[in-house]
Design a binder for this molecule. Structure first.
Ligand code: SF4
Length: 193
């Protein structure tokens, strides 16, 4: 059987971005992915109940965890994903203690981002995904680098809510600029099998 790979649906051409557009990969890359893998499309923001189009959102106050090497995500997104990562005092409400996802108009969409990420992760787990190809820089799907919460285009070390949950669940996350690396990993896996 082909390995299952969770993929940000917008990378496959689905019009689910906040603008109502897509971020489709080149057709030949999609074709090679489809040939090598069973693709499991996910869109955490839509799965969390947000409309399309929708206002842009960012994780506010994203910062790397102290002592972290910087790949696992922000304190905030991991905390939102999994209480074990939370720097809050025991019993302190996550919403008060940790970082939030806000729209550019200041509306708190943390709950939708969290619910959607959990739903996307459930889909990936059900399908047995060990890899994910996720849209870079997104507050949901971005891995390793996201916008800093000021809506000014500045990137900081950190990961989106869903990407952080995927990594925490042991799913190897690749951004779309690393699609060839992902395909190489999958080929290696098949050689070993
Ligand atoms: Fe959906 Fe992720 Fe693409 Fe945003 S980056 S549109 S959340 S799949």
């Amino acid at each position: 059987a082909k390995p299952a790979v969770a993929v940000s649906a917008c990378l496959l051409g689905e019009e689910c971005t906040w603008r109502g557009g897509h971020n489709a990969l080149p057709a030949d890359a999609i074709a090679r992915l489809r040939e090598a893998c069973e693709l499991v499309p996910i869109c955490p923001e839509v799965q969390g109940g947000l409309p399309t189009p929708r206002p842009p959102s960012e994780i506010v106050n994203a910062r790397p965890a102290s002592g972290d090497e910087g790949v696992r995500g922000t304190v905030s997104s991991c905390a939102l994903a999994n209480e074990d990562f939370c720097s809050a005092d025991e019993g302190e409400a996550l919403e008060d203690a940790c970082l939030r996802v806000l729209t550019n108009e200041g509306k708190d969409v943390t709950a939708q981002f969290q619910a959607g990420a959990l739903a996307a992760l459930a889909d990936a787990r059900t399908a047995g995904c060990r890899f994910a190809l996720l849209k870079e820089k997104s507050p949901s799907c971005g891995f390793g680098r996201i916008y800093d919460g000021t809506f000014s285009g500045v990137l900081v070390e950190g990961s989106g809510i869903a990407a952080c949950m995927f990594a925490d669940a042991g799913i190897r996350v690749f951004g779309e600029s690393r699609v060839e690396e992902l395909l190489a990993f999958i080929r290696q896996g098949r050689v070993r099998e």
